[in-house]
Design a protein around this ligand. Sequence first.
Ligand SMILES: NC(=O)c1ccc[n+]([C@@H]2O[C@H](COP(=O)([O-])OP(=O)(O)OC[C@H]3O[C@@H](n4cnc5c(N)ncnc54)[C@H](O)[C@@H]3O)[C@@H](O)[C@H]2O)c1
Length: 299
Amino acid sequence: MTNIQNVAIIGSGTMGNGIAHTFAQFGFKVALVDISQEALDRGIATITKNLDRQVAKGSITESDKQNTLTNITSFTDMKTGVANVDLVVEAATENVDLKLKIFKDLDAFTSPETILATNTSSISITKIAAVTSKADKVIGMHFMNPVPIMKLVEVIRGYATSDEVAALTMELSKKLGKTPTEVNDYPGFVANRILMPMINEAIYSLYEGVAGVEEIDTVMKLGMAHPMGPLQLADFIGLDVCLSILNVLYDGFGNPKYAPCPLLVNMVTAGYKGAKSGEGFYKYTAGSKDLVVSAKFKK
Ligand SMILES: NC(=O)c1ccc[n+]([C@@H]2O[C@H](COP(=O)([O-])OP(=O)(O)OC[C@H]3O[C@@H](n4cnc5c(N)ncnc54)[C@H](O)[C@@H]3O)[C@@H](O)[C@H]2O)c1
């Protein structure tokens, strides 16, 4: 399997539609698979809106936009969608049981040669690979959000991933205009192993009264040249997602340094999940241009 042309993406949410957009823009034929036509329609609408933005900025032409859209076909039936593809990139909801079921099915529905990649943020690649009959063909391809813009692909080798599949995945990521970086399969890989403890420490600093929301974010933005502060970033990632990744680190290493801050646990339990729920450390109101600190954290 050296010439990858046909690709299936499982899941058309935030990451899946971005991954489909990127492959299609670089000339690959993409089968986009989700469980409902509504989810697929939302995914295609997002891709169209993001392509329009690229045309407006002059980074692609109108005909590039049309070609990209033509390269994408959507499917609600996974078996049909993945028939005859060279590569699958799974970007369904972050849930271990769901991913294990999807990979069992992918193993049955694809040819022995098909590479099976997952975009999981934190679930063990080795564990996912173990439910298939071809663990050497299973690999992590961790794209960053928003996929068409962010350069990094964290390529994660499972315990049994072959050298050939790792090399192919690195090569393929470069063909998408990305900069791939190869890492091994331990909890959080590299990106989240470093990012999540920083976010957790920022939340602890707030919880212990060291400083307020804006002060913590300002220190990291202006002092460390981060494009956004860790509390705002946590809001964008989703506080529920941050909590679940911290739990993966805590369980995986058994080290108390990864224990999620009780304030984060309380916020998620109360439904304050960040930007997607309208409120986290900041309040997100439709049309508001300026970030407003949540009333809960106003001094
Ligand atoms: N959001 C991020 O910033 C980010 C960054 C890197 C990696 N990830 C990872 O990407 C994956 C997807 O995350 P997301 O943020 O796009 O989630 P999302 O909730 O936006 O989208 C998930 C999609 O998967 C679909 N889905 C669920 N079960 C399915 C099935 N059996 N078959 C096909 N589709 C199914 C859902 O309908 C939904 O459209 C997760 O593994 C997550 O950890 C997310």
